[in-house]
Ligand binder design. Structure first.
Ligand code: PLP
Length: 389
């Protein structure tokens, strides 16, 4: 039996020991200096010069991003992919924007640039590009379109830490980028997320939204003074500028993040090697293998049998079950998001079939786990099993 679980615990003994030492020696555990240190370390890892906001999940990063955009732009539309994660879309809806789906590519599972172009209207406020399961989803054209049309580009890199485009990390191109540190991802703070931007106004907004919308959280003395002066009837220490949340994380999560960050790049490399082995061994006559290769950072293997090979999908599912290989159908987020009840209920005019690539991925794609210590023999065994079906 292959016995391949979807994920492996990546909080190791060293993380635990460092956390215990911190607990014994510290007297502040909620959002404080360790959070700040982790935010600075993350900015450096991403390439430097970013304002980073550590939050309690990648979804919170999505929600804060959309709430900040709403505060800045008011109403409008956000172009989103039907393949990604539910909070990519749910955050758009709860912030009061209209989600506009644009179909994805098969080769990187990311939103297609021509589809984006065809969906842009005068009301488009942003494009949310999700880097799916470690594939870089960026292209020069996407970046140029957003720049030329003055549309905010958001990169959701929640499941693609360390993926690279043109030699720079994904998450460093957009006006805003979001990361998740959920347990299953490339690195973990158990739960956690990071928002990154170089836009100071956005940063101020995001910090306030993270903490109830409170002015004193904005990290900008002169802005605080300016706003406090404008509202003399409100006590400045309890001045709420935006409808916010409490989406802060803790010092404990930041301590783990700081330690995990030390091994992130090495783990990305190991995952890359695993992926290369996997994709090179997989039989391209049975499975889709034309995925984009450059700059990938896959924490999962996507397996997509050609629909033209009769019965292969069912045999693959049975093969996974027989060999105790954990899998998720539909790839990221369960496949075509336009099929989900919360979309159908709110937007009955949205037809899932209008996104044929997302439909194809929904029907044919699955993913399985790829983690740094996955043995070579298991990857080879997995490919042998799949190729024999
Ligand atoms: C693309 C994407 N965005 C957002 C999220 C949300 O992250 P979290 O699970 O930390 O809330 C995920 C989670 O898996 C994700 O894959």
């Amino acid at each position: 039996m292959l016995n391949i679980p979807l994920m492996q615990n990546n909080i190791d003994k060293d993380d635990v020991n460092i956390l215990v030492d911190f607990l014994k020696s510290s007297d502040r555990f909620t959002n404080g200096p360790k959070v700040r240190e982790f935010e600075e370390a993350w900015s450096k890892w991403l390439g430097g010069g970013y304002y980073c906001v550590f939050v309690n999940s990648g979804s919170s990063a999505n929600y804060i991003t959309m709430t900040a955009l709403k505060e800045r732009y008011g109403d409008g539309e956000i172009i989103v992919p039907p393949i990604g994660w539910t909070s990519d879309i749910a955050s758009v809806i709860t912030a009061g924007f209209k989600p506009v789906f644009a179909d994805v590519n098969l080769h990187n599972l990311a939103i297609n640039v021509n589809e984006i172009e065809s969906k842009i209207t005068d009301n488009t406020r942003a494009v949310l590009l999700t880097h799916v399961l470690g594939y870089n989803g960026l292209s020069d054209k996407i970046i140029d379109i957003c720049k030329n049309k003055n549309i905010t580009l958001i990169e959701d890199a929640c499941e693609s830490h360390g993926a690279v485009f043109r030699g720079k990390k994904c998450g460093s191109f957009g006006d805003i980028s979001n990361f998740s540190f959920y347990y299953a991802h490339h690195m973990s703070t158990i739960e956690g997320g990071m928002i990154c931007t170089k836009d100071k106004e956005m940063y101020r907004l995001m910090r306030m939204i993270r903490s109830h919308g409170m002015l004193r959280e904005c990290d900008d003395e002169s802005y605080m003074a300016e706003i406090a002066k404008k509202y003399p009837e409100v006590h400045p220490e309890f001045l709420f500028t935006v409808p916010g949340f409490n989406m802060r994380s803790t010092e404990l999560n930041a301590v783990i993040g700081l330690n995990q960050l030390k091994r992130l790049d090495a783990n990305v490399e190991k995952r890359r090697k695993n992926y290369d082995l996997f994709i090179n061994k997989l039989d391209g006559s049975k499975y889709y293998t034309e995925f984009a290769h450059e700059g990938n950072s896959n924490y999962a293997f996507v397996v997509m049998p050609h629909a033209s090979v009769t019965g292969l999908y069912d045999r693959m599912i049975q093969g996974f079950r027989d060999e105790n290989v954990e899998f998720r159908r539909g790839t990221a987020g369960g496949g075509n998001m336009a099929r989900q009840p919360y979309i159908r209920k709110r937007y009955p005019h949205i037809n899932p079939a209008d996104y044929p690539n997302a439909e194809y991925i929904h029907e044919n794609g699955v993913y399985i786990g790829n983690y740094p210590d996955l043995p070579k023999e298991k990857i080879e065994g997995l490919c042998e099993m799949l190729n024999s079906l």
